[in-house]
Structure formats: structure tokens, C-alpha cells
Design a protein around this ligand. Structure first.
Ligand code: ADP
Ligand code: MG
Length: 496
């Protein structure tokens, strides 16, 4: 567990932003709402599947019928603890559920059950991997559990709005960072790393398009190293690209305002991805506006250390640890290890190939250079890839047992990626099997030597360099299928 650390990140010259009157430094803290992966809601047994018919997953509790009582879902608590452990955070044995009171049409209770002064998870830490290979440490202030609200739908009827309560009561983790980030890029990397960690942990699917992870970005600007300035909060950013654009726009707005003699007023803003601008939604409310108080329907949440220990004992290997292990075990660069471990799907893919081929060197080359290289070129992700980890292992094993050469395997992989077929089927179909039959190779070599008598003379009178020419001719005549080792050996014998 980490001790409380007060945010005091050293100024980095490369992060400073130029204004008319000198340099400015951005200060950023993120609040991320992450939907807990759980089949049922935080205080009811309703289903949580995405995309279900509107209002088909609403219990009497979720609809806030009078007299209904919330019952805490233990699995959601476990997921929050697991997330906290993944962020090396303090887990609080006692936490309290509070009512956060506000009125909204899609909030039938008139309050949200959340955690205010006593959250389940306290201070933690996350390591950001910057594109240049350097790292940054960002403090986690807290994680608390809360209910999501329903959804208002305004675009299905010209005069009416509709309410869908399927989302009402779904468990969210609000993950709050310290104001430790100093550029929009760092904020982007923070989201990537947080998403990777919750995906490794299985505590949130991290799907920003579906709204499973939403970000509120707090931004202020200051002279390098000075006291923090007044912040603005930009609500509900739903992609990393929007987070970066919104932060850069908002920082520039604040800098221009300050440089023209204005003052930044604390406010909550919305980002419009079409115009790339932020605008005021409301001047910032204070916590006392919500009149938080402990929910009288719920006891304080008290958990045992043994409950935490049991979760800790079953924590999966996380991206940082996996990256370090790969670097050591396979003697690869931080960059390569990062590529393999940044996404759980990539790491899982590689682990299967490694297991099924038992050859780290081949597995590394074929997963990173060959497969990822091709996917990069076509702009596809591994989820969209036609070739499963088992299929790629099949291809590698055919190289290992000399059925095909590495060179032919590259062509086969191209066909696999297009057709989704297995390597052996393609090799069979196209007759690509490597010729290891020495009789057949010998026949090809004889043909080549006969057709190039003059070169044979030259070779024998000392022009050693011609050996490569003969190999090339034989490989060409065999359409690349002759086993290169056998070709070399037989050629040497015949020419010698
Ligand atoms: P509130 O409770 O009003 O939402 P918090 O103090 O909990 O405010 O902070 C919310 C978020 O704002 C945190 O992520 C924190 O890091 C960030 N934050 C706080 N002060 C600043 C600041 N001056 N500039 C930028 N971000 C800030
Ligand atoms: Mg807060």
C-alpha cells in the first residue's frame, strides 16, 4: 500500500505552453466513471446487459418505488476492492454510503447513492508509459462506489422525451486522480493505462464508445511551479481523442483569458466535439449543494482484512509486471514489451502462441513483427484479425518442423489474414510444402548446373561469390519450396 503523497510534480520544460506574456503550465486531474463488470446492479438483482430493450431491466428498487430497500451486491464491492489493489491503493475497512441529492427526470429516487467522506478505496498510484519510453507517476486520490442514473432520450420524438431506466442503479466506480498531470498527452496516457488495468483485472470492460468509461477532466493553468489556478471541469468526455482536444482547447481559453486581464471562474463545462470548443454548463456547484448524508437504508460497509487478502491472492499479473517480466525473460526492449502488454488481448494472444509453439524467439517475431506489423498497416486491431492465436501457432509449428520455409510462411500468413483459413489447408491447396526430399532437390540442382555451365566453370576457378547465384536459381526453380539447408549442402557437394 502506498502512503498518502501530496501532489507536487516537478515542472517539465517540454510541457510548458507559450502565451503572449511567457510560459504557462497545465494542471490536470481526471475523474473517471467506470462501470463495474457485474451481471447485476449495485443494490438490486436486475440484469445489466448492454443494449437491452428500454426499461426491460428495471426492478422496483431501480424505479424507486416507495418502501423499496437497497441490498448491497457483494460482487460489486469485490470488484471495487480488486480495482483498488490493482492501483496499489489503500483499501478502507469501513466506508459509508451517502445520499447525493439532486433532481433529474432520469433519477427517480431524487438522490444517487454514492460515497462521500468515507470511500471504499483511498490513495493509490498509476504509472503512465509515455510514447518516448519515459514514465510518469500519477496519484490516485480515491475510488468510491455509486449508482448510475437512468437515461433521457430526446431524439426519438419531436415533442416528447423518453426515460430509459435500464442504467438506473448500475454500479459505477468513480476513480479520482490527484492533480498530477501536466499535459493533455499525459491525460490520454492515463486513460489508456487505467483502461488496460481494469481490463486485466476484469473489473470494467473499458469500452468508452458504450459509455462504460466516461471521463470528467479538471483543468487549470498557472505560471510554471506557481500555486494552482482555478479549475474548470469538463464533463462526460467519451473518447481519448476528445479528452485531449478538450483539455488543449480549455487550457488555451484560460491562458487567453488570464493574459487579457480576466479571471478564471470555477465552472462545469461541456465539450462539443464538432466545434472543438467547451462551453459553460453551470457555474460549479459545491458539495454542500447536494446535502450529502449517510443513507439511512444502508449500514456502513465494513469488510474484513481476510476478504481483501483473498482478492489480493487471486490478482492477475498486471501490465507493468508483465512488461517487466517479458523484458527480462525474453530480453526484449521496453518498447516491444510495451506493445505486447499494453492491451490484455495482445498479451493473451502472445501467451497462447508462446505456449502452443514453445519457441519464444519465433513467437515474438511472428506476433510482433509479422502479425502486428500487418495489422498496423491495415489499421486493424487484434479483435478484428482473421487469424486466431491457435492458427498463428499452427503456422509457426509448420516452420519449426520444416514443412515450409519462413519465407513461404510470410505469403501463407497474408492468405490466412485474408481468408481466415488454417495454414495447413492453404499449404495443401497451393502446393507450398517445402521439398526436403533430397532426390527431388538433387534433380533441380542438376538442371540448374547444366543450364549454367559457364558459371560452374567460373565458380570452380575461384569465383566463390557465385554460390549465392546457384542457391537463388535452385530456390526459384523450386518456387521457393526447396529446403534451404538441403540445397546448400547438396550444392556444395556437387560444386566441390
Ligand atoms: P470536487 O470534490 O469538487 O469534485 P476534488 O477536490 O475532489 O473536487 O477534485 C476533483 C478533481 O479535480 C480531482 O481529480 C483533482 O485532481 C482535480 N483538481 C483539483 N484541483 C485542481 C486544480 N487546481 N487544477 C486542476 N485539477 C484539479
Ligand atoms: Mg471530488
Amino acid at each position: 500500500m502506498t502512503e498518502f503523497r501530496h501532489s507536487n510534480v516537478a515542472t517539465r520544460p517540454e510541457n510548458l505552453v507559450k502565451g503572449n506574456s511567457g510560459d504557462w503550465e497545465l494542471v490536470i486531474g481526471l475523474e473517471v466513471h467506470a462501470q463495474v463488470s457485474s451481471n447485476s446492479k449495485l443494490f438490486s438483482g436486475s440484469d445489466t446487459s448492454f443494449g437491452a430493450q428500454p426499461n426491460s431491466q428495471v426492478s422496483l428498487v431501480d424505479a424507486a418505488m416507495p418502501g423499496m430497500l437497497p441490498v448491497l451486491n457483494k460482487y460489486c464491492v469485490e470488484q471495487a476492492v480488486r480495482t483498488g489493489l490493482g492501483l496499489k491503493a489503500q483499501i478502507n475497512l469501513r466506508s459509508v454510503f451517502d445520499r447525493k441529492n439532486y433532481f433529474y427526470a432520469d433519477l427517480p429516487q431524487g438522490y444517487q447513492i454514492s460515497q462521500f467522506s468515507d470511500p471504499i478505496v483511498g490513495n493509490g498510484i498509476i504509472t503512465l508509459d509515455m510514447p518516448d519510453g519515459s514514465t510518469r507517476q500519477v496519484g490516485i486520490e480515491r475510488i468510491h462506489l455509486e449508482q448510475d442514473a437512468g437515461k433521457s432520450i430526446h431524439d426519438q420524438d419531436p415533442t416528447k422525451s423518453f426515460i430509459d431506466l435500464n442504467r438506473s442503479g448500475i454500479a459505477l466506480m468513480e476513480i479520482v486522480s490527484m492533480p498530477d498531470m501536466r499535459s493533455a498527452e499525459e491525460a490520454g496516457q492515463y486513460m489508456k493505462k487505467l483502461r488496460a488495468i481494469v481490463r486485466y483485472l476484469g473489473t470494467c470492460d473499458g469500452d468508452m464508445e458504450k459509455g462504460s468509461m466516461r471521463c470528467d477532466a479538471n483543468i487549470s493553468v498557472r505560471r510554471p511551479g506557481a500555486e494552482f489556478g482555478t479549475r474548470n471541469e469538463i464533463k462526460n468526455l467519451n473518447s481519448i481523442r476528445n479528452i485531449i482536444s478538450a483539455i488543449n482547447y480549455e487550457a488555451r481559453r484560460q491562458i487567453d483569458l488570464l493574459e487579457s486581464g480576466g479571471v478564471v471562474e470555477q465552472a462545469t463545462r461541456l465539450f462539443d466535439p464538432n466545434s472543438g470548443e467547451t462551453r459553460v454548463m453551470r457555474t460549479k456547484e459545491d458539495a454542500h449543494d447536494y446535502r450529502y448524508f449517510p443513507d439511512p437504508d444502508l449500514y456502513p460497509l465494513v469488510i474484513e482484512q481476510s476478504f481483501i487478502d483473498a482478492i489480493n491472492d487471486n490478482l492477475p499479473e498486471l501490465p507493468d509486471e508483465k512488461k517487466n517480466r517479458y523484458m527480462e525473460q525474453f530480453n526484449i526492449s521496453a518498447y516491444d514489451a510495451g506493445v505486447l502488454t499494453a492491451d490484455k488481448v495482445n498479451a493473451d494472444y502472445f501467451d497462447v502462441v508462446l505456449e502452443k509453439t514453445g519457441d519464444a524467439k519465433l513467437a515474438l517475431t511472428w506476433v510482433t513483427a509479422e502479425l502486428f506489423g500487418r495489422l498496423n498497416k491495415s489499421g486493424q486491431s487484434i479483435d478484428e484479425c482473421n487469424v486466431s492465436s491457435i492458427q498463428l501457432s499452427g503456422l509457426i509449428n509448420l516452420i519449426k518442423d520444416n514443412t515450409i520455409s519462413g519465407k513461404i510462411a510470410k505469403d501463407v500468413l497474408d492468405i490466412m489474414m485474408e481468408s481466415g483459413k488454417d495454414a495447413d489447408a492453404i499449404i495443401e491447396e497451393k502446393g507450398l510444402k517445402q521439398v526436403t526430399d533430397t532426390g527431388a532437390i538433387e534433380a533441380i540442382i542438376d538442371e540448374v548446373l547444366n543450364a549454367n555451365q559457364d558459371k560452374v566453370e567460373q565458380y570452380r576457378s575461384g569465383k566463390d561469390k557465385l554460390f549465392g547465384f546457384f542457391v537463388g536459381q535452385v530456390m526459384q526453380a523450386s518456387k521457393g519450396k526447396a529446403n534451404p539447408a538441403a540445397v546448400n549442402e547438396i550444392l556444395k557437394k556437387k560444386l566441390g
